[in-house]
Write a protein that binds this ligand. Structure first.
Ligand code: NAP
Length: 503
């Protein structure tokens, strides 16, 4: 453990002010309040008052005015980019505090939350760079005119994020949306509003013009719903579960509003017989058990060549049992608690279901017996096999530290099983044979494939799901375009009048 992360682990929780950023002002929520808990102990960290539907109205009006104001709309790209650079630097300046706050609220290890904070800062910097270097297009003319395709802001954009990696998913929406010249209304998840409120304060202090960012805590069914349905909101970018995403898409269809949906997954991780076993075991463990499996891209279905299945599983199970479990702020912890006791119970129900369907629990399958962890939302890293790919635990997203393993007998059998899911977010392949890896990567119906690595991200590489894992992509140079409207302009060059009207 580095000196910096040791210092983090020793710090105590500092509450954030129970106020949210609305149209340039800080307001105490008049709606119901959430009891925000520390999932490593179950104790209340603080309460956060919810915004209400009238606050959504106010945020939309202020956002529309701020986005239309020439002081924002008229900025040249490098001038707008300067705001994003300042935000990136301010996040970096507050990194230890933000990482600790997110670790308290989500249970994740400080190493993980530190990486998420760094990623948030870099996301603002990256989209500043994209903004400054994006060209508008001069299209090939088919007549006596100059034709251009330009990108313009949408106006007010809604951003709805889940609880698993709040600061990174907030930044992935706020940064490109601001870069494209919009105002943003962010609704963080009810369980994890703290780091989003802290981020709002940091952004506000950088001098972003009032109204361009509002952050409204509250329930998805109230605040989220009001944002999606509001006639003044021109686009919603959503990250969350597939069921919620579908509900949002229905509501958006009523308004004919574009939505970007980053949804759930049940990603296959594939171990071929020639894989470097040590690398593959570590990669599979990291892919499923880091963040306690609460990751959309968790490699939650493991396919191992039947020829090496028994040997591989033995090593995997032994290493799983040796993972260090504890509070995310404790030095050396690899697996923290789940985000909430209610979520832990839902994970436990899936393992019970696997048992009742004849699954073999190779390890885990219960809460830890360490009395120190008794009050936290912990669940032991669990490996299950003996089920077929159509079992519910092989098909449904559990979003916890639960890995289901299946043998495969041929490449055709593997591809059929790996693609036999409604999801299409990610996949991993472990092999020394790059030709075979390439063939498999092209055959898998997923948005991302990792070969001999897993769960690695780069802001410059687009990310998104196919099938029921999502619509559209985030990140990459095109990420900014998701928050723009494309307009075509024809500039006439002919001196003669249009002949048709001659008489
Ligand atoms: P969720 O229940 O779908 O909630 C996501 C967000 O939507 C929350 O802020 C939630 O608010 C809000 N919401 C709920 N109902 C809504 C409605 N009717 N209208 C508008 N907003 C509504 O998901 P979650 O349990 O927080 O997160 C876990 C899921 O996110 C998993 O499925 C995971 O795979 C997915 N995820 C996907 C990605 C990706 O990039 N593909 C990344 C991370 C997570 P409340 O929490 O306040 O109800």
């Amino acid at each position: 453990m580095t000196g910096a992360s040791k210092a983090l682990a020793d710090k105590v929780f500092e509450p954030v002010p129970d106020e949210f950023l609305l149209a340039g002002n800080w307001k105490h929520g008049a709606g119901p309040a959430t009891s925000v808990i520390d999932p490593s102990t179950g104790s209340e960290l603080q309460r956060v008052g919810h915004a209400d539907v009238a606050d959504v109205d106010a945020a939309v009006s202020a956002g529309a005015a701020a986005a239309a104001d020439p002081a924002w709309r008229g900025l040249l790209p490098h001038q707008r980019a300067a705001y994003l650079h300042r935000i990136g630097a301010a996040i970096e300046g507050a990194a230890p505090r933000l990482a600790l706050l997110q670790s308290y609220n989500t249970g994740k290890t400080v190493t993980e939350t530190g990486a998420l904070v760094a990623s948030a800062a870099n996301t603002f910097r990256y989209f500043a760079a994209v903004l400054e270097t994006s060209d508008e297009e001069l299209t090939t003319p088919r007549g006596p005119y100059l034709t251009m395709s330009v990108h313009e802001p949408i106006g007010v954009v809604g951003a709805i994020t889940p609880w698993n990696s709040p600061i990174a998913s907030d930044a992935q929406k706020i940064a490109p949306a601001l870069a494209a010249g919009n105002a943003v209304i962010l609704k963080p998840a009810e369980w994890t509003p703290l780091v989003s409120l802290a981020l709002a304060r940091i952004i506000d202090e950088t001098g972003l013009p009032p109204g361009l960012l509002s952050v409204l805590p509250g329930r998805g069914s109230v605040i989220g719903d009001a944002i999606v349905g509001h006639p003044g909101v021109g686009k919603v970018s959503f990250t969350g579960g597939t069921t919620t995403g579908r509900t949002l898409a229905h509501a958006a269809a009523e308004k004919l509003m574009p939505v970007s949906l980053e949804l759930g997954g049940k990603s296959p991780t594939i171990v071929l017989a020639d894989a470097d076993v040590e690398q593959a075991v570590n990669g599979v463990l990291y892919g499923i058990f880091s963040s306690s499996g609460q990751s959309c891209i968790a490699g939650s279905r493991l396919f191992v060549d039947a020829a090496v299945y028994d040997e591989f599983m033995e090593r995997l199970v032994a290493k799983t049992q040796a993972l260090r479990i504890g509070p995310g702020r404790e030095p050396g912890v690899q697996v923290g608690p789940l985000v909430h006791h209610r979520h832990r119970d839902s994970v436990a129900r899936y393992v019970d279901l696997a048992r009742s369907e004849g699954g073999r629990i190779r390890c885990g399958g219960t809460v830890p017996d360490d009395p120190r962890l008794a009050d936290g939302a912990y669940y032991l890293p669990t490996v299950i096999d003996g089920l077929s790919n159509d079992a519910r635990v092989c098909q449904e997203e559990i979003f916890g530290p639960v890995l289901v393993a299946l043998p495969f007998h041929s490449e055709a059998d593997l591809i059929a099983q790996a693609n036999d899911t409604v999801y299409g977010l990610a996949a991993g392949i472990w092999t020394r044979d790059y030709r075979r890896a390439w063939r498999l990567a092209r055959a898998l119906h997923t948005g991302t494939v990792w070969i001999n690595t897993y769960k690695q991200f780069s802001i410059s590489t687009p990310f998104g799901g196919v099938k029921q894992s999502g619509l559209a992509t985030e990140k990459g140079r095109t990420g900014i375009r998701a928050y723009s409207r494309q307009k075509s302009i024809y500039l006439g060059m002919d001196d003669a009048p249009i002949a048709w009207a001659e008489n």
